[in-house]
Structure formats: structure tokens, C-alpha cells
Design a protein. Structure first.
Length: 244
């Protein structure tokens, strides 16, 4: 387990109502970071905020659909109103939709791009001026092994995750002179609700053989805990049960 003192930090996490986002929120809060929890299912965020508070941490729950720019802008504004700073922005919200393109409704094509790609762009844009002003900041975007591999019946999802990787690497070149780092975490199969939401009927991996959400939280913490002169570009993480 990484040892990190984040007691002077504020971390905003999208997709914090379940899976990897919730695990990152718990882990960062346990290291002392004040955490802002964002997603659409507010009751889940409130329950997690209560849990973190009971454990001695500080958490703010904010309802936010990352595909809506005004809601992401408001998420950042509410975080700054409450805590006065944002040190780490984790753009993690996303979902998959397992269907051939021919059979995919156009609305599902749009929403996959809106949430998985535009949501990441919005999250970055919303915090950048603040981070540039402070000459420091850390952005972690959740990609996928689909950011560099090809999977049938997930073409739009894979396209959006490729976009996340290209966007994040380009953005880093834009912001590194301002002391801002941009990392992309690209996991294979993680044991979360993602696979059910995507519509996998028969999950091809044993739950305990997959990467666990807590493993991703540890990795995100490692990225943030590194000295400020080190930039981790992209981390590709496979469970050994999955074909690479
Ligand atoms: N699990 C995997 O195998 C795997 C592998 C590679 C990459 N990933 C990526 O990892 C990230 C986290 O997924 P997970 O595995 O933790 O799955 P998860 O448990 O299903 O979590 C997805 C999170 O995204 C949020 N979300 C979805 N649409 C949203 C929207 N429009 N606005 C705000 N939040 C939204 C959900 O919250 P609400 O529904 O409450 O809004 C939920 O908190 C995603 O980007 C996913 O693509 C997952």
C-alpha cells in the first residue's frame, strides 16, 4: 500500500457513485484528501460521503451529468466555493454499450461519445484556469485497454476511449509548462458494475481474477504521490486472466 499524505489536497472525482470512482474516493479520503464526489445517482454519493465523514474524512456530494458542460462547470464552482482549491481532478465517469454499430440507436452513439469523451474534455477544461493560476494540478483521466486495442460490438466505446488517450497526451503537452500533469489509466477488465451496465450477459472472467476497483485506486494514488517532476504518461493494466 502506498503511503501518502494528501491532507493539503482537494480531489474531485467523477463517476464516484460506484466502482473505481468510489474506490478512489475512499482511498484518497483515507490519505487525508478532501474529496468531491460527482455522478448522477445522488443518493449513492450521499451514502458514500456519509461513510467517508464517519471515518474521519471530508466529502462533498455533487449531482453532475458529465455530458452537460454547465453541470461540470457548476461541479468545479461548487468545489471551489466549498474548499477554495482543486489539486486533483479525476475524470473517471463512463460506460460501455455492447452492441454492433448497425444495431446501435443513434442516441446511444451520441451518449457514449458525450460521456466517455466529451465528459473528460469538459472536466479538464473546467479546472484548467484554476490550475494554471496556481501553477500546479494533477489530472487523471480514465481510459481503457480499449484506448489502444480493438473490440467488436464496442466500436463507439473504443473510439471514445482512443480519443481520451490522444486528447490527454496532447493536453499534457499544452499544460506541462504550467506545472500540471495529465495521466491516463487504461485498465482491462475491472470487477465493477461496468460489465453489467454494458450488457455483458456472460462475463468471461472470474470476479476475483479481474482487477479490483481498489487496485485502480492504489494506482491513481501512486500517480499523485510521485514527485512533481515526474509525469506518468499512460498506465496499461491487465488482469492476468484476460487476453492482451
Ligand atoms: N470495469 C471495467 O472493466 C473497465 C475497464 C476499463 C475502463 N473502465 C472505465 O472505468 C471508468 C469507471 O467505470 P467502472 O468500472 O467503475 O464502472 P461503474 O461501476 O459502472 O461506474 C461508472 C461510473 O460512471 C458514472 N457515470 C456514468 N454516466 C455518467 C454521466 N453521464 N455523468 C456522470 N457520471 C456518470 C456512474 O454514475 P451514475 O450512473 O450515478 O451517474 C458510475 O459512478 C469508466 O470510464 C469506464 O469506461 C472500466
Amino acid at each position: 500500500m502506498i503511503q501518502a499524505d494528501l491532507s493539503d489536497k482537494v480531489t474531485v472525482i467523477t463517476g464516484a457513485s460506484s466502482g473505481m470512482g468510489a474506490a478512489m474516493a475512499r482511498r484518497f479520503a483515507a490519505c487525508g484528501s478532501r474529496v468531491v464526489l460527482a455522478a448522477r445517482r445522488f443518493e449513492r454519493l450521499e451514502a458514500l460521503a456519509d461513510e467517508i465523514t464517519r471515518a474521519g474524512g471530508t466529502a462533498l456530494a455533487v449531482r453532475c451529468d458529465v455530458s452537460q458542460w454547465t453541470q461540470v462547470e457548476s461541479l468545479v464552482a461548487q468545489s471551489l466555493d466549498r474548499f477554495g482549491q482543486i489539486d486533483v481532478m479525476i475524470n473517471n465517469a463512463g460506460f460501455g454499450y455492447l452492441r454492433s454499430l448497425a444495431k446501435s440507436p443513434v442516441e446511444r452513439i451520441d451518449s457514449q461519445i458525450d460521456v466517455n469523451f466529451k465528459g473528460v474534455c469538459y472536466g479538464c477544461k473546467a479546472v484548467l484556469n484554476h490550475m494554471i493560476q496556481r501553477r500546479s494540478g494533477h489530472i487523471i483521466n480514465t481510459g481503457s485497454v480499449g484506448s489502444m486495442r480493438h473490440y467488436p460490438t464496442l466500436a463507439v466505446y473504443v473510439g471514445a476511449k482512443h480519443a481520451v488517450l490522444g486528447f490527454s497526451r496532447s493536453l499534457y503537452e499544452e499544460v506541462r509548462e504550467h506545472g500540471i500533469r495529465v495521466n491516463v489509466l487504461c485498465p482491462g477488465a475491472v470487477n465493477t458494475e461496468f460489465l453489467q451496465v454494458a450488457g455483458f450477459r456472460d462475463i468471461p472472467w472470474p470476479a476475483d481474477g479481474m482487477i479490483q476497483a481498489t487496485d485502480i485506486a492504489e494506482l491513481a494514488l501512486a500517480c499523485v504521490a510521485l514527485p512533481p517532476n515526474i509525469q506518468i504518461d499512460t498506465v496499461i493494466l491487465w488482469p492476468t486472466c484476460q487476453v492482451t
